[in-house]
Design a protein around this ligand. Structure first.
Ligand code: HEM
Length: 129
């Protein structure tokens, strides 16, 4: 029986395991490796994000919508639904490998919602065709 996500150390483990998979993924890896030069800072930032989201510790101050619009622009507005699908699949697999419980399920649902919202905001920001 796996434990649920309980503290920052658990979230850090989740985040480092997830981004290891992302970086090795042949479709997502090149995007992240191009955009992120300082991986320690990114991992810390995303640990803050999920700590705020799942454990309600008020740490994360960022703007994910603007950040993902910038990523899409850098790649000539070519980020796809399929890429978001792969991101989600890797997130769910990582969670299932490591944790089980209410917080783990919440982490899946929050990511599903955010993937939809972020993609929509990215899409709205694209130049008219
Ligand atoms: C194909 C899908 C995705 C791609 C390619 C992507 C890419 C990136 C990249 C490259 C960054 C760092 C940008 C920078 O620091 O300059 C970033 C940051 C971030 N991503 Fe994603 N992402 C994806 C999906 C998601 C999803 C579904 C979530 C939410 C659950 C998410 C949450 C975040 C957050 C919270 C940050 C930090 C935002 C900030 O600093 O304000 N990403 N993403």
């Amino acid at each position: 029986m796996k434990n649920d996500i309980e503290n920052r150390d658990d979230i850090y483990l989740l985040i480092t395991s997830f981004y290891k998979k992302v970086r090795e993924n042949e479709i997502l890896g090149p995007i992240f490796n191009h955009m992120i030069s300082d991986w320690d800072t990114h991992l810390d930032r995303l640990t803050d994000f999920w700590e705020t989201n799942l454990l309600f510790v008020p740490k994360f101050k960022g703007n994910p919508v603007a950040v993902h619009q910038k990523v899409d622009k850098t790649f000539n507005h070519s980020i796809t639904n399929e890429q978001f699908g792969i991101w989600l699949q890797l997130w769910i697999t990582t969670l299932d490998n490591l944790f089980s419980g209410e917080k783990a399920e919440l982490a899946k649902n929050r990511a599903r919602k955010m993937a939809t919202g972020l993609f929509l905001k990215m899409y709205e920001k694209r130049p008219a065709t």
